[in-house]
Design a protein around this ligand. Structure first.
Ligand code: NBG
Length: 756
């Protein structure tokens, strides 16, 4: 109880201090917050680890298993949701008054298991146990409408929805490092406006009586399990409007409690749109100001734009949200009118129309977010450049100062201090603990690389982490590995652009190579995969099955298994990441250049002393600059070369003709080597790689193989490897989420910390 009091005290103090200072607040609107487990985070940030350990010891309880009992609330798909969670922690650490706003999904991302190597999805029922972190706020609710009629009154309008639900707030405190400040994550759940239709029930129509309740609750029932793929679900548009509208009303309510001039809103509220999911915030805020508070349309747009900023997280065309105009008109008739008006205003000003907010009968959420934001940012240097050159080229010409770059970051409290206590202690003994609040101080480790013992201690830490992982793999999955082997890890959503199939093809080629020369000198390697495929993404699911089938054959092969093992671990989530990352030797970041906006797993692994094998994509580019090119295994085409190569007819056939190793590996997919009872199973993957091969697996294969053998040679020299690993840790300080948040404060939010 004392523990909860401590958090709540800080929380209230932070809120009071923000009111007293009348400080500008940051509002982070995101469909996803991938928090993972919170107890350890809270204990760490309040620096109570030792006290809690001694209490649990006294009670005869082991702390580790206790921490693992907490359900991992998977309210996100991948990097985008985890970034939002790291940013919340960082904003609390930096004492920036901030609120996260999102949805309290009843079911988080599905739970993944394998049956015969195939992904099977089951519901993630995290709310079946009590969520001890959330405080229900029954007094905090808003009615959110859909559909209905619009009555024009001059240029403004009165919207009368014909359907309504209640958005009800649940608050979770997010404690910053050292527990000095706590911000609020406010998640909305949907409730019916009337609980129960008694008349219908009494008339015997029980199902109909329950209908409004079921319809309302459906809105916050599930997290859509899509990651960078478009989802055309009507319910998803409802979710987006539901949480955005509730959040904006809450923001205005808070402002109006202490201010009367809404023209000042941009000096008190920075509203960040995490991807286009909350992009309806533009029209909604205009509606609240113009229709409900009687500002002129132009003034309403100006105020809204002064508050709003938009982060783009992907250039994949299928992931840029578009909504059919008919659907938008049916669900949100007033918003559709306002979008038409914004579009017309834009067209009048810039008759080229190449940046239309509407095209082919659809509302384009990217351009809509762009025109309604005063800043638009990409999430790595390369991604931001590509945004300017491609999707937003026209808009960038019209508004050349609007796009800025804010390279992603990760919180070192979770991803180094809690996840890797051994390395944290070694760092603390060597340079003190200043790195926890200023991660760039990790650079101070470098002069110690020549001290007697430092690199040995560093190697010992990695080895101990690998031993822990080996023990857990044996216990939890019956997978037996040698902790001295190279731990080679690819953990992320399964997607063709991320190229897990390139990685497994290389494993197949290596397996064949070992058979060719069983007595050659080699380093043992364990290839670990984890990640979920969207349930509707058949190709990605085939890749999972392939990896599992390859693992079964290779692991059972007595000739090769001393050198090569493959494991696909089910149900990747934040907790599994925390287990794997500290033990990684090699981090696979092998996306087709130009496709991965940033990546954040790449940062977590580098920070924990894994060497990256990677393309010049996303934040890999900046990681390589920071940790040193000699401590990074680069391969593959650049983003520009990718475009040239793709334009070449027969690019895949040529690559295969030039590399017999690749041809032979592909042959195993065709002849049923890994799918004996069903030889045709992987013909589809083989045909794709040797045919259209949009993601250029074939064309990058030879260079990937070359780089992997360079990895082998480096690993065979432990002194060289540990030095390179330590350079990765020392050079990763810049990837702190604190640095990223300071960038947003300066370039986007114009916000400052509050002193307590
Ligand atoms: C993802 C990108 C990653 C990036 C995260 C966080 C989406 C739409 N995008 O490369 O694929 O690291 O966002 O910015 O999930």
């Amino acid at each position: 109880m004392r523990f909860a009091d401590e958090i709540v005290d800080r929380w209230f103090e932070s809120i009071r201090a923000t009111y007293n200072a009348d400080a500008k607040r940051v509002y982070y609107l995101s469909m996803e917050f991938l928090l993972g487990r919170l107890l350890e985070d809270a204990i760490t940030n309040l620096r109570l680890t030792e006290r809690v350990q001694s209490v649990t010891r006294e009670l005869g309880i082991e702390l580790g298993p206790l921490l693992h009992d907490e359900p991992d609330s998977a309210l996100g798909n991948g990097g985008l949701g985890r970034l939002a969670a790291c940013f919340l922690e960082s904003m609390s650490t930096l004492k920036i008054p901030a609120h996260g706003y999102g949805i309290r999904y009843e079911y988080g991302l599905f739970r993944q298991s394998f049956v015969d190597g195939r992904q099977v999805e089951s519901p993630e029922t995290w709310l079946q146990t009590v969520d001890p972190w959330a405080f229900e706020r029954p007094e905090l609710k808003f009615e959110i409408g859909f559909g209905g009629k619009v009555e024009e009154i001059g240029t403004a309008a009165r919207w009368t929805p014909d359907e309504a639900v209640i958005a009800q707030a649940h608050d979770t405190p997010i404690v910053g490092w050292r527990g000095r400040w706590a911000n609020t994550l406010r998640l909305w759940s949907a409730r019916p406006t009337e609980i129960f239709d008694l008349a219908r029930f009494n008339a015997g129509d029980f199902a109909a009586a329950a209908e409004p309740e079921a319809l309302a609750r459906a809105i916050t029932r599930v997290l859509y399990p899509d990651d960078t793929t478009e989802s055309g679900k009507e319910l998803r548009l409802k979710q987006e409007y539901f949480f955005t509208a509730a959040s904006l009303r809450d923001i205005l309510r808070r402002f109006e409690r202490t201010h009367d001039d809404l023209r000042k809103l941009p000096t008190k509220a920075a509203i960040q749109l995490n991807d286009t999911h909350p992009a309806i915030a533009g029209p909604e805020l205009v509606r609240l100001l113009h229709d409900e508070r009687h500002f002129s349309f132009d003034e309403a747009v100006e105020i809204a734009r002064g508050c709003l900023a938009y982060t783009n997280h992907t250039l994949l065309p299928e992931a840029l949200e578009r909504w059919p105009e008919d659907l938008m008109r049916r669900l949100l008739p007033r918003h559709m009118q306002l979008i038409e008006r914004l579009d017309a205003a834009h067209e009048a000003k810039h008759p080229s129309r190449q940046v239309a907010l509407r095209a082919h009968g659809e509302v384009q959420m990217g351009p809509l977010a762009f025109v309604m934001a005063h800043r638009v940012n990409g999430v790595s240097k390369l991604h931001t450049r590509l945004m300017k050159d491609t999707v937003f080229a026209e808009l960038n010409r019209l508004y050349p100062d609007r796009i800025v770059n804010e390279t992603n970051g990760i919180t070192p409290r979770r991803w180094l201090m809690s996840a890797n206590p051994r390395l944290s202690s070694l760092i603390g003994e060597t340079i003190g603990n200043g790195w926890l609040a200023n991660l760039e101080r990790l650079a101070e480790l470098e002069p110690h690389f020549d001290d007697a013992g430092f690199l040995d201690a560093y190697a010992a830490v990695k080895h101990a982490n690998k031993r822990d992982l080996a023990g857990w793999l044996a216990r939890a999955h019956g997978v037996h590995i040698d902790p001295a082997a190279m731990i080679d890890i690819q953990i992320k959503r399964i997607h063709e652009y991320k190229r897990q199939h390139l990685n497994i093809l290389e494993a197949i080629a290596l397996w064949q190579d070992i058979h060719d020369a069983p007595n050659a000198e080699r380093v043992p390697r364990v290839k670990i995969f984890a990640g979920k495929a969207a349930p509707g993404y058949a190709f990605a699911k085939q890749i999972i099955r392939l990896i599992n089938d390859v693992a079964a054959v290779i692991n059972a092969d007595p000739v090769t298994s001393p050198w090569l093992q493959v494991a696909f671990l089910p149900n990747y989530n934040v907790s599994l990441a925390e287990r794997l990352i500290p033990a990684a030797d090699l981090s696979e970041q092998i996306s087709t250049a130009g496709k991965e906006a940033s990546g954040t797993g790449n940062m977590k692994m580098a920070l924990n002393g894994a060497l990256t094998i990677g393309t010049l994509d996303g934040a890999n580019v900046e990681i390589r600059e920071r940790v040193g090119a000699e401590n990074f295994f680069l391969f593959g085409m650049t983003a520009d070369e990718v475009l040239e190569r793709r334009a070449m007819p027969d690019h895949a056939a040529r690559a295969i003709a030039d590399d017999p190793r690749l041809a032979r590996a592909l042959e195993t997919l065709r002849n049923g080597t890994f799918s004996a009872p069903d030889p045709g199973r992987y013909r589809g993957i083989a045909d794709n790689i040797s045919g259209p091969d949009y993601f250029l697996v074939a064309s990058d294969f030879s260079d990937f193989w070359r780089a992997q053998r360079e990895v082998d040679r480096a690993f065979a020299d432990p002194a060289r490897w540990v030095r390179a690993a330590a350079h990765n840790t020392a050079g990763s300080g810049w990837f702190s989420a604190d640095r990223a948040i300071r960038g947003y404060m300066r370039d986007v939010w114009d916000a400052a910390p509050v002193e307590l």
